[in-house]
Design a protein around this ligand. Sequence first.
Ligand code: GLA
Length: 404
Amino acid sequence: MSRPSPGLAAAAGLALAAVLALSACATESDPEAGMEAEPATRLSVSREAFGTLPDGRQVDVFTLRNGSGIVVRVIDYGGIVLSITAPDRDGNAGDVVLGYDNLDGYLAATPYFGAIIGRYGNRIGGARFTLDGATYELAANNGPNHLHGGEVGFDKVLWNGEIVDTDAGAGVRFTYTSPAGEEGYPGNLEVTVDYMLNDDNELVIDYRATSGAPTPINLTHHSYFNLAGGGDVLGHELQINADRYTPVDETLIPTGELAAVAGTPFDFTEPTPIGARIDADDEQLRRGGGYDHNFVLQRGDDGASITPDGSVSAMLLAARVTEPASGRVLEVETSEPGLQFYSGNFLDGTITGKRGEVYEHRSGFCLEPQHFPDSPNQALFPSTILRPGEVYRSRTIYRFAVQG
Ligand code: GLA
Protein backbone atom coordinates (compact mmCIF):
# COMPACT_ATOMS: atom_id res chain seq x y z
CA MET A 1 0.00 0.00 0.00
CA SER A 2 1.43 3.35 -0.89
CA ARG A 3 0.62 6.80 0.33
CA PRO A 4 -2.24 8.27 -1.69
CA SER A 5 -1.02 10.76 -4.24
CA PRO A 6 -1.86 14.40 -3.56
CA GLY A 7 -4.10 14.13 -6.63
CA LEU A 8 -6.10 11.29 -5.11
CA ALA A 9 -6.38 13.06 -1.79
CA ALA A 10 -7.50 16.25 -3.52
CA ALA A 11 -10.05 14.29 -5.54
CA ALA A 12 -11.43 12.72 -2.37
CA GLY A 13 -11.64 16.16 -0.78
CA LEU A 14 -13.43 17.57 -3.80
CA ALA A 15 -15.88 14.68 -3.82
CA LEU A 16 -16.66 15.32 -0.18
CA ALA A 17 -17.07 19.04 -0.78
CA ALA A 18 -19.38 18.34 -3.73
CA VAL A 19 -21.51 15.95 -1.70
CA LEU A 20 -21.78 18.50 1.06
CA ALA A 21 -22.65 21.32 -1.31
CA LEU A 22 -25.41 19.25 -2.93
CA SER A 23 -26.88 18.09 0.34
CA ALA A 24 -26.31 21.05 2.62
CA CYS A 25 -30.03 21.55 3.12
CA ALA A 26 -30.60 17.90 3.92
CA THR A 27 -27.74 17.62 6.37
CA GLU A 28 -29.13 16.70 9.76
CA SER A 29 -27.80 18.33 12.85
CA ASP A 30 -26.46 15.90 15.41
CA PRO A 31 -27.93 17.03 18.71
CA GLU A 32 -25.03 15.46 20.58
CA ALA A 33 -22.60 17.47 18.55
CA GLY A 34 -24.51 20.67 19.12
CA MET A 35 -24.29 21.43 15.41
CA GLU A 36 -26.05 24.53 14.20
CA ALA A 37 -28.53 24.28 11.34
CA GLU A 38 -26.06 25.99 9.03
CA PRO A 39 -22.81 24.09 8.53
CA ALA A 40 -19.79 26.06 9.68
CA THR A 41 -18.17 27.91 6.82
CA ARG A 42 -14.76 28.16 8.42
CA LEU A 43 -12.68 26.43 11.03
CA SER A 44 -13.82 27.27 14.51
CA VAL A 45 -13.44 26.10 18.06
CA SER A 46 -15.55 26.89 21.12
CA ARG A 47 -15.41 25.95 24.80
CA GLU A 48 -18.26 25.21 27.20
CA ALA A 49 -18.78 23.56 30.56
CA PHE A 50 -19.45 19.81 30.30
CA GLY A 51 -19.63 18.52 33.86
CA THR A 52 -18.10 18.45 37.31
CA LEU A 53 -15.69 15.95 38.81
CA PRO A 54 -16.45 14.48 42.26
CA ASP A 55 -13.82 16.84 43.75
CA GLY A 56 -15.63 19.87 42.32
CA ARG A 57 -13.32 20.65 39.40
CA GLN A 58 -15.10 21.66 36.20
CA VAL A 59 -14.71 19.68 33.00
CA ASP A 60 -14.99 21.59 29.73
CA VAL A 61 -15.86 20.45 26.23
CA PHE A 62 -14.10 21.90 23.19
CA THR A 63 -16.02 21.77 19.92
CA LEU A 64 -13.93 21.83 16.75
CA ARG A 65 -15.66 22.42 13.40
CA ASN A 66 -14.52 22.74 9.83
CA GLY A 67 -16.17 23.97 6.66
CA SER A 68 -17.03 20.45 5.46
CA GLY A 69 -19.26 19.52 8.36
CA ILE A 70 -16.74 17.63 10.46
CA VAL A 71 -17.36 18.29 14.15
CA VAL A 72 -15.09 16.93 16.88
CA ARG A 73 -15.98 17.28 20.56
CA VAL A 74 -13.26 16.68 23.12
CA ILE A 75 -13.10 17.20 26.88
CA ASP A 76 -10.21 18.14 29.13
CA TYR A 77 -10.85 15.10 31.36
CA GLY A 78 -8.70 12.35 29.83
CA GLY A 79 -8.44 14.35 26.60
CA ILE A 80 -11.43 12.23 25.62
CA VAL A 81 -12.89 12.60 22.14
CA LEU A 82 -16.64 12.46 22.83
CA SER A 83 -17.84 12.46 19.26
CA ILE A 84 -16.69 12.86 15.70
CA THR A 85 -19.47 13.82 13.33
CA ALA A 86 -18.69 13.13 9.69
CA PRO A 87 -20.88 13.10 6.58
CA ASP A 88 -21.59 9.89 4.69
CA ARG A 89 -21.56 9.75 0.89
CA ASP A 90 -25.00 11.34 0.77
CA GLY A 91 -24.00 14.14 3.11
CA ASN A 92 -25.81 12.79 6.16
CA ALA A 93 -23.99 13.59 9.35
CA GLY A 94 -23.27 10.70 11.70
CA ASP A 95 -21.27 10.16 14.85
CA VAL A 96 -18.47 7.69 14.07
CA VAL A 97 -17.03 7.04 17.55
CA LEU A 98 -18.32 5.24 20.63
CA GLY A 99 -18.68 6.91 24.01
CA TYR A 100 -21.07 8.28 26.59
CA ASP A 101 -23.56 11.14 26.60
CA ASN A 102 -22.24 12.69 29.78
CA LEU A 103 -19.31 12.81 32.18
CA ASP A 104 -20.86 10.37 34.63
CA GLY A 105 -20.58 7.60 32.06
CA TYR A 106 -16.85 8.17 31.70
CA LEU A 107 -16.37 8.38 35.46
CA ALA A 108 -18.30 5.19 36.17
CA ALA A 109 -16.52 2.80 33.78
CA THR A 110 -14.97 3.12 30.37
CA PRO A 111 -12.88 0.84 28.17
CA TYR A 112 -10.76 3.94 27.36
CA PHE A 113 -13.35 5.39 24.94
CA GLY A 114 -11.68 8.19 22.95
CA ALA A 115 -8.99 8.90 25.50
CA ILE A 116 -5.34 9.92 25.56
CA ILE A 117 -3.40 6.88 26.75
CA GLY A 118 -0.21 7.23 28.83
CA ARG A 119 2.36 7.10 30.18
CA TYR A 120 2.57 3.80 28.39
CA GLY A 121 -0.02 2.78 25.84
CA ASN A 122 -0.70 -0.95 25.81
CA ARG A 123 0.92 -3.54 28.08
CA ILE A 124 4.10 -3.83 30.10
CA GLY A 125 4.68 -7.49 30.95
CA GLY A 126 4.68 -8.53 34.60
CA ALA A 127 3.85 -4.90 35.49
CA ARG A 128 7.52 -4.10 35.92
CA PHE A 129 10.57 -2.97 34.04
CA THR A 130 14.25 -2.39 34.76
CA LEU A 131 15.88 0.84 33.71
CA ASP A 132 19.50 1.84 34.37
CA GLY A 133 19.77 -0.96 36.92
CA ALA A 134 16.68 -0.06 38.96
CA THR A 135 13.47 -2.11 38.84
CA TYR A 136 10.17 -0.24 38.79
CA GLU A 137 6.93 -1.86 39.94
CA LEU A 138 3.73 -0.74 38.22
CA ALA A 139 0.07 -1.49 38.84
CA ALA A 140 -0.94 -4.92 37.55
CA ASN A 141 -4.31 -3.76 36.22
CA ASN A 142 -4.66 -6.34 33.43
CA GLY A 143 -4.04 -9.83 34.79
CA PRO A 144 -0.34 -9.95 35.62
CA ASN A 145 0.40 -7.00 33.34
CA HIS A 146 0.27 -3.23 33.36
CA LEU A 147 -2.15 -1.73 30.82
CA HIS A 148 -2.57 1.82 29.47
CA GLY A 149 -0.67 3.62 32.22
CA GLY A 150 -2.19 1.96 35.27
CA GLU A 151 -5.10 2.60 37.64
CA VAL A 152 -5.22 6.32 36.93
CA GLY A 153 -3.61 6.78 33.55
CA PHE A 154 -3.65 9.89 31.38
CA ASP A 155 -7.19 8.91 30.36
CA LYS A 156 -8.42 9.67 33.88
CA VAL A 157 -6.70 12.95 34.76
CA LEU A 158 -7.88 16.50 34.19
CA TRP A 159 -5.70 18.19 31.59
CA ASN A 160 -5.30 21.94 31.22
CA GLY A 161 -6.96 22.91 27.93
CA GLU A 162 -6.37 26.03 25.83
CA ILE A 163 -8.07 26.90 22.56
CA VAL A 164 -5.79 27.06 19.51
CA ASP A 165 -7.34 28.86 16.55
CA THR A 166 -5.25 29.46 13.45
CA ASP A 167 -5.89 29.62 9.70
CA ALA A 168 -4.39 26.14 9.41
CA GLY A 169 -6.42 24.46 12.09
CA ALA A 170 -8.81 24.85 15.00
CA GLY A 171 -8.26 22.88 18.12
CA VAL A 172 -7.17 22.55 21.68
CA ARG A 173 -3.82 22.19 23.40
CA PHE A 174 -3.85 19.96 26.46
CA THR A 175 -1.01 20.05 28.98
CA TYR A 176 -0.41 17.88 32.00
CA THR A 177 2.47 17.38 34.43
CA SER A 178 2.77 13.79 35.56
CA PRO A 179 4.75 13.86 38.80
CA ALA A 180 7.64 11.46 39.43
CA GLY A 181 6.26 8.31 41.02
CA GLU A 182 2.79 8.66 39.53
CA GLU A 183 1.56 5.12 38.79
CA GLY A 184 5.10 3.96 39.60
CA TYR A 185 6.87 5.77 36.75
CA PRO A 186 10.07 7.76 37.35
CA GLY A 187 10.61 11.41 36.40
CA ASN A 188 8.42 14.48 36.30
CA LEU A 189 6.91 14.34 32.83
CA GLU A 190 5.67 17.47 31.06
CA VAL A 191 3.19 16.42 28.39
CA THR A 192 1.48 18.41 25.64
CA VAL A 193 -1.17 16.92 23.36
CA ASP A 194 -2.69 19.03 20.57
CA TYR A 195 -5.90 18.04 18.80
CA MET A 196 -6.26 20.10 15.62
CA LEU A 197 -9.00 19.90 13.00
CA ASN A 198 -8.25 21.29 9.54
CA ASP A 199 -10.03 21.82 6.23
CA ASP A 200 -8.53 18.64 4.79
CA ASN A 201 -10.90 16.75 7.14
CA GLU A 202 -7.98 15.70 9.29
CA LEU A 203 -7.92 15.41 13.05
CA VAL A 204 -4.22 15.87 13.78
CA ILE A 205 -2.97 14.71 17.18
CA ASP A 206 0.47 15.97 18.17
CA TYR A 207 2.21 14.64 21.25
CA ARG A 208 5.25 16.15 22.94
CA ALA A 209 6.91 15.41 26.28
CA THR A 210 10.06 15.98 28.27
CA SER A 211 11.12 14.28 31.49
CA GLY A 212 13.29 15.12 34.48
CA ALA A 213 14.52 11.52 34.71
CA PRO A 214 14.65 8.54 32.33
CA THR A 215 11.20 7.03 31.85
CA PRO A 216 9.34 4.82 29.38
CA ILE A 217 6.74 6.71 27.37
CA ASN A 218 4.31 5.56 24.69
CA LEU A 219 1.34 7.84 24.14
CA THR A 220 -1.58 6.95 21.93
CA HIS A 221 -5.23 7.61 21.19
CA HIS A 222 -8.06 5.20 21.93
CA SER A 223 -11.14 6.16 19.90
CA TYR A 224 -13.45 3.29 19.02
CA PHE A 225 -14.58 3.90 15.46
CA ASN A 226 -17.74 2.70 13.78
CA LEU A 227 -18.02 4.37 10.40
CA ALA A 228 -21.54 3.01 9.89
CA GLY A 229 -22.65 4.82 13.02
CA GLY A 230 -24.04 1.60 14.55
CA GLY A 231 -24.07 -2.20 14.41
CA ASP A 232 -20.91 -4.29 14.42
CA VAL A 233 -17.77 -3.37 12.50
CA LEU A 234 -17.18 -6.72 10.82
CA GLY A 235 -18.15 -5.41 7.38
CA HIS A 236 -15.69 -2.51 7.51
CA GLU A 237 -12.88 -3.09 5.03
CA LEU A 238 -9.46 -2.61 6.55
CA GLN A 239 -6.06 -2.23 4.98
CA ILE A 240 -2.94 -2.06 7.16
CA ASN A 241 0.45 -1.15 5.76
CA ALA A 242 2.25 -3.91 7.64
CA ASP A 243 3.82 -7.17 6.47
CA ARG A 244 4.67 -8.26 10.01
CA TYR A 245 3.02 -8.18 13.43
CA THR A 246 4.03 -8.98 16.98
CA PRO A 247 2.43 -12.28 18.12
CA VAL A 248 1.52 -12.44 21.80
CA ASP A 249 1.50 -14.92 24.67
CA GLU A 250 -1.66 -15.92 26.59
CA THR A 251 -1.63 -12.59 28.46
CA LEU A 252 -1.22 -10.50 25.28
CA ILE A 253 2.47 -9.70 25.82
CA PRO A 254 4.55 -9.87 22.61
CA THR A 255 6.71 -12.97 22.37
CA GLY A 256 9.42 -10.84 20.75
CA GLU A 257 8.95 -12.38 17.34
CA LEU A 258 8.15 -10.20 14.33
CA ALA A 259 6.02 -12.68 12.39
CA ALA A 260 5.05 -12.42 8.73
CA VAL A 261 1.35 -11.72 8.15
CA ALA A 262 1.43 -13.48 4.78
CA GLY A 263 -0.85 -16.51 4.72
CA THR A 264 -2.43 -15.66 8.09
CA PRO A 265 -5.65 -13.86 9.18
CA PHE A 266 -3.34 -10.92 10.02
CA ASP A 267 -2.68 -10.14 6.38
CA PHE A 268 -4.46 -6.82 5.78
CA THR A 269 -2.08 -5.68 3.07
CA GLU A 270 -5.09 -5.71 0.74
CA PRO A 271 -8.47 -4.25 1.83
CA THR A 272 -10.28 -7.04 3.72
CA PRO A 273 -13.47 -7.05 5.80
CA ILE A 274 -12.58 -7.08 9.51
CA GLY A 275 -14.91 -10.05 9.96
CA ALA A 276 -13.62 -12.12 7.05
CA ARG A 277 -11.23 -14.24 9.14
CA ILE A 278 -11.82 -13.02 12.70
CA ASP A 279 -13.18 -16.39 13.86
CA ALA A 280 -10.59 -18.45 12.02
CA ASP A 281 -8.96 -21.37 13.79
CA ASP A 282 -5.85 -19.42 14.77
CA GLU A 283 -3.98 -19.46 18.08
CA GLN A 284 -3.26 -15.72 17.96
CA LEU A 285 -6.90 -14.83 17.31
CA ARG A 286 -7.94 -17.11 20.17
CA ARG A 287 -5.52 -15.34 22.52
CA GLY A 288 -6.87 -11.93 21.55
CA GLY A 289 -10.50 -13.00 21.37
CA GLY A 290 -10.19 -11.54 17.87
CA TYR A 291 -7.71 -8.91 16.73
CA ASP A 292 -5.83 -7.25 19.57
CA HIS A 293 -2.36 -7.08 18.08
CA ASN A 294 0.40 -4.68 17.20
CA PHE A 295 1.27 -4.42 13.52
CA VAL A 296 4.80 -3.52 12.42
CA LEU A 297 4.38 -0.71 9.92
CA GLN A 298 6.41 -0.81 6.73
CA ARG A 299 8.52 2.26 7.27
CA GLY A 300 11.80 3.25 5.66
CA ASP A 301 13.03 4.36 9.08
CA ASP A 302 12.56 3.22 12.69
CA GLY A 303 9.79 5.70 13.47
CA ALA A 304 11.71 7.09 16.42
CA SER A 305 9.60 9.19 18.78
CA ILE A 306 12.50 10.24 21.00
CA THR A 307 15.04 12.62 19.55
CA PRO A 308 17.56 15.18 20.81
CA ASP A 309 15.85 18.04 18.95
CA GLY A 310 12.11 17.29 19.02
CA SER A 311 11.87 16.48 15.34
CA VAL A 312 8.99 14.25 14.30
CA SER A 313 9.54 11.13 12.19
CA ALA A 314 8.13 10.98 8.68
CA MET A 315 4.40 10.38 8.38
CA LEU A 316 3.31 7.06 6.92
CA LEU A 317 -0.13 5.93 5.81
CA ALA A 318 -0.65 3.16 8.34
CA ALA A 319 -4.22 2.08 7.67
CA ARG A 320 -7.28 2.79 5.57
CA VAL A 321 -10.79 1.72 6.49
CA THR A 322 -13.85 1.92 4.28
CA GLU A 323 -17.43 1.24 5.29
CA PRO A 324 -19.30 0.11 2.17
CA ALA A 325 -22.84 1.09 3.18
CA SER A 326 -22.14 4.69 4.25
CA GLY A 327 -19.16 5.26 1.97
CA ARG A 328 -17.22 6.70 4.89
CA VAL A 329 -13.45 6.31 4.78
CA LEU A 330 -10.94 6.68 7.58
CA GLU A 331 -7.22 6.94 6.93
CA VAL A 332 -4.65 6.82 9.70
CA GLU A 333 -1.22 8.36 9.23
CA THR A 334 1.45 8.28 11.86
CA SER A 335 5.06 8.91 12.72
CA GLU A 336 5.01 5.77 14.90
CA PRO A 337 6.46 2.34 14.00
CA GLY A 338 3.49 0.28 15.25
CA LEU A 339 -0.29 0.16 15.08
CA GLN A 340 -2.46 -1.71 17.56
CA PHE A 341 -5.56 -3.02 15.83
CA TYR A 342 -8.19 -3.91 18.41
CA SER A 343 -11.51 -5.23 17.11
CA GLY A 344 -13.59 -4.38 20.18
CA ASN A 345 -13.53 -7.95 21.48
CA PHE A 346 -14.19 -6.97 25.08
CA LEU A 347 -17.38 -5.09 24.19
CA ASP A 348 -20.12 -7.48 25.20
CA GLY A 349 -23.40 -5.58 25.37
CA THR A 350 -22.96 -4.49 28.99
CA ILE A 351 -22.28 -0.86 28.10
CA THR A 352 -25.08 1.47 27.07
CA GLY A 353 -23.49 4.45 25.39
CA LYS A 354 -24.55 7.56 23.55
CA ARG A 355 -28.19 7.89 22.54
CA GLY A 356 -28.99 4.74 24.53
CA GLU A 357 -27.08 2.53 22.09
CA VAL A 358 -25.97 -0.82 23.50
CA TYR A 359 -22.39 -1.58 22.52
CA GLU A 360 -22.46 -5.18 21.43
CA HIS A 361 -19.47 -7.42 20.70
CA ARG A 362 -17.15 -5.83 18.13
CA SER A 363 -19.28 -2.74 17.62
CA GLY A 364 -16.20 -0.51 17.47
CA PHE A 365 -12.56 -0.87 16.46
CA CYS A 366 -9.44 0.96 17.60
CA LEU A 367 -6.40 1.84 15.53
CA GLU A 368 -3.80 2.96 18.06
CA PRO A 369 -0.51 4.18 16.58
CA GLN A 370 2.23 3.44 19.06
CA HIS A 371 5.61 1.91 19.83
CA PHE A 372 5.41 -1.83 20.34
CA PRO A 373 3.83 -3.22 23.54
CA ASP A 374 6.22 -4.20 26.35
CA SER A 375 9.13 -2.35 24.72
CA PRO A 376 10.73 -1.55 28.12
CA ASN A 377 11.28 -5.31 28.54
CA GLN A 378 12.14 -6.11 24.93
CA ALA A 379 15.67 -5.08 24.02
CA LEU A 380 15.14 -5.71 20.32
CA PHE A 381 12.09 -3.43 19.98
CA PRO A 382 12.60 0.28 19.15
CA SER A 383 13.31 2.21 22.35
CA THR A 384 10.63 3.99 24.35
CA ILE A 385 13.00 5.43 26.97
CA LEU A 386 12.91 9.22 27.21
CA ARG A 387 15.89 10.79 28.97
CA PRO A 388 16.44 14.32 30.28
CA GLY A 389 17.54 16.60 27.45
CA GLU A 390 15.65 14.57 24.87
CA VAL A 391 12.19 15.26 23.45
CA TYR A 392 9.37 12.78 22.90
CA ARG A 393 7.49 13.71 19.74
CA SER A 394 4.76 11.79 17.96
CA ARG A 395 2.03 12.63 15.48
CA THR A 396 -1.06 10.82 14.25
CA ILE A 397 -3.63 11.97 11.72
CA TYR A 398 -7.14 10.53 11.46
CA ARG A 399 -8.45 11.65 8.06
CA PHE A 400 -12.10 11.37 7.05
CA ALA A 401 -13.40 11.07 3.51
CA VAL A 402 -16.14 9.41 1.50
CA GLN A 403 -16.10 7.21 -1.55
CA GLY A 404 -18.86 6.26 -3.94
C1 GLA B 1 -6.33 -1.97 24.04
C2 GLA B 1 -5.87 -3.31 24.43
C3 GLA B 1 -7.04 -4.23 24.55
C4 GLA B 1 -8.05 -3.67 25.51
C5 GLA B 1 -8.45 -2.31 25.09
C6 GLA B 1 -9.39 -1.69 26.08
O1 GLA B 1 -6.69 -1.89 22.73
O2 GLA B 1 -4.93 -3.83 23.54
O3 GLA B 1 -6.62 -5.47 24.98
O4 GLA B 1 -7.50 -3.59 26.78
O5 GLA B 1 -7.34 -1.49 24.92
O6 GLA B 1 -10.43 -2.53 26.43
